[in-house]
Design a protein around this ligand. Structure first.
Ligand code: SF4
Length: 373
């Protein structure tokens, strides 16, 4: 089919809410007109969200980088005693979330390494201490990889662990650890941690228990476009069954200080292509998030015209990507985050951890906008 006809067919399909086939998604990876692709994704984005871009006031707690894992793409993990190894105490973490006190809709994003010594009880105790310190803050905690590790520590099922963590304050789960949901990538890059089937099973279990989650895709290493599509297809099928994914978050791999350090950093154009194709293929996942820490600030501005309806977040203070040489700031004051959205010509709207808009803000909250970093 001539390209103009193909463009018009896809535009009509997107306008009418039709589902794109995998071959169409694959062809979009070869589409030379990136601006047209962005426009196509923007059609779907604006159908649902108009001109608004949401963001959350959040804090990343990367509580330790001690890890028994050994993933080729990881610059974060350390063995005990290695230079750069650290772990935070409960008291330090409780003190950190004090910075969010009284901020409506605030979220703590808690992710760490697979600690070699902590017993299972450490994790529910951590959630309980944070919840007690500020019951108003939403606790988004632990990737599927950590949940599997905890189940091993407890000698219990994943379902039991998730129910227990929920009873201690777990509000939702982040989408990390998916990498690319393809067995070849699992075998080559992270054979010692869970693979695609188990990652999907754990998220399905969380959804059954009423714990919403996100889904990431770590791209820009050894994966092929067809494998990115396979990843999206597996997520789309899982979401058809459970409906529990709130957001899709494509991540740009940063090779610095990893065992893949010879690879080039993926271009901004590829970052935007992943966002746009994610928006178009994942028609059943409501939000597509641009994670500015990994995309970079300029790509995050452009992302809002390539399908992204959400910008994550104030973040203060991210460590995982920064240990891979990422040059973005470790956090943004809320006023600067709002500026990135305005710079894109979009309307900033603060949301809570479950993507519910909180604006218009009460007057006293506007006054506290810049107080989180
Ligand atoms: S990616 Fe996670 S599990 Fe793998 S080595 Fe790094 S911290 Fe450990």
């Amino acid at each position: 089919m001539p390209r103009g006809d193909w463009h018009r067919t896809l535009e009509a399909k997107v306008r009418s809410g039709g589902r794109l086939a995998l071959e169409e998604g694959l062809a979009l990876y070869a589409e030379p007109d990136l601006a047209w692709l962005g426009g196509l994704a923007n059609l779907r984005r604006e159908q649902a969200f108009g001109n608004q871009t949401t963001y959350v006031v959040n804090l990343h707690l990367n509580y330790t980088n001690l890890c028994v894992g050994s993933c080729l793409f990881c610059a974060f993990a350390r063995r005990p005693g290695e230079p750069g190894a650290y772990e935070m105490t409960l008291e330090e973490m409780v003190e950190r979330i004090g910075t969010l006190r009284g901020v409506p809709g605030a979220e703590v994003h808690i992710v760490g390494g697979l600690h070699p010594k902590h017993p299972y009880r450490f994790y529910p105790d951590l959630l309980e201490a944070l919840h007690r310190a500020d019951p108003g803050v939403h606790l988004k905690a632990f990737t599927a990889v950590e949940i599997e590790h905890f189940a091993g520590l407890a000698g219990r099922s994943v379902e039991w662990v998730l129910e227990d963590l929920k009873a201690h304050g777990l509000g939702s789960m982040p989408g990390g650890g998916a990498e690319v949901l393809v067995e070849r990538i699992h075998r080559k890059l992270h054979p010692t941690k869970i693979g695609p089937d188990r990652w999907l099973e754990i998220h399905a279990c969380a959804h059954r228990l009423g714990i919403p989650t996100s889904a990431t895709m770590l791209a820009g290493h050894i994966e092929m476009p067809a494998e990115r599509l396979e990843h999206m297809d597996r997520l789309r099928q899982a979401q058809d069954r459970s409906g529990g994914f709130l957001a899709f978050i494509p991540l740009r791999f940063h090779p610095g200080n990893t065992r893949l350090a010879g690879l080039p950093l993926m271009s901004d154009e590829q970052v935007l292509r992943d966002l746009a194709i994610g928006r178009l293929m994942l028609d059943n996942i409501p939000h597509v998030k641009a994670y500015w820490v990994m995309s970079g600030l300029q790509a995050a501005v452009r992302a809002q015209w390539f399908g992204a309806d959400d910008l994550d977040g104030t973040v203060v203070e991210e460590r995982i990507t920064h240990m891979a040489g990422c040059l973005s700031p470790a956090g943004l004051a809320e006023e600067n985050l709002r500026r990135l959205i305005l710079e894109a010509g979009r309307q900033p709207v603060r949301r809570d951890a479950l993507y519910r808009p909180l604006e218009p803000l009460p007057v006293e909250d506007e006054a506290s906008c810049a107080s989180t970093s």
